[in-house]
Design a protein around this ligand. Structure first.
Ligand code: 5SP
Length: 231
């Protein structure tokens, strides 16, 4: 069932270690078939080196396992929450890539210091609030999705394909899971650049709106908004 979707999710998952975004078995990727309301996600705890397309687990948007003998990723509820909230996305990626995770652990957004960042994101890469003790103790992975959706109340996920979950790590997304992988690469790249820029110039200011606007719209089209939900 949904062989092509599993293949797409598999290719995205094995791309993560190849891009240097993965340590051990941290991280996972998923791809959704919107017509059937089913997504394919990495099985929990499986080493990327031995992963196969047929290992991908199929889960529906009610959270029910539709196909697969292995347990779906422990982050499955977060992926599901994002697929339900952001109807335009086709794939989700979660990594613990070092520089982006450093910002997440520090509870800091990744500031937009340059055009590399502005080509990809319509502003700072946002960070969520800390989760409450109750949220952590209850449905942790579902609540992780909730704090992401809360942070995007006034942001368009198409303009900001990434978020840093406070004290956890980045989640990224895109119209396809391949684009979500690209967003994960871009997020780690600009986080690394931002860290180095802050070492060189601790008082560095974010770039001016005109330059942000120029670069973001150049890449995403003249009607692209930045910093606010599309009307
Ligand atoms: O967020 C985390 C751990 O904090 C996850 O990325 C796990 O590291 C991977 O879990 P599985 O997908 O293997 O269940």
């Amino acid at each position: 069932m949904l062989t092509e979707l599993k293949r797409e999710a598999y290719e995205a998952n094995i791309a993560l270690p190849k891009q240097g975004l993965i340590n051990l078995t941290f991280g996972n990727a998923s791809a959704i078939d919107r017509a059937q309301g089913i997504f394919a996600i990495k099985p929990s705890g499986v080493d990327y080196a031995v992963l196969k397309p047929e290992d991908m687990v199929l889960v529906d948007l009610d959270g029910k396992r539709v196909e697969g003998d292995l347990n779906p990723s422990s982050d499955t509820p977060t992926h599901r929450r994002l697929f339900l909230a952001f109807e335009s996305i086709g794939g989700v990626v979660h990594t613990h890539s070092s520089c982006a995770t450093a910002f997440a652990q520090a509870g800091r957004a990744i500031p937009i210091f340059g055009t590399t960042h502005a080509d990809y994101f319509a502003g700072d890469v946002p960070v969520t609030r800390k989760m409450t003790a109750d949220e952590i103790a209850s449905a942790y992975e579902w609540e992780t999705g909730n704090v992401i959706v809360e942070r995007f109340r006034d942001l368009d996920p198409a303009d900001y394909p990434a978020v840093l979950v406070n004290r956890h790590a980045p989640f990224t997304w895109g119209p396809t899971v391949a684009k979500a992988v690209e967003a994960a690469v871009a997020t780690e790249c600009i986080a690394h650049m931002a860290l180095m820029s802050l070492q060189l110039a601790p008082q560095l200011e974010v770039i001016e709106t005109e330059l942000l606007n120029k670069h973001f719209k150049r890449k995403h089209g003249p009607d692209a908004y930045y910093g606010q939900k599309k009307a």
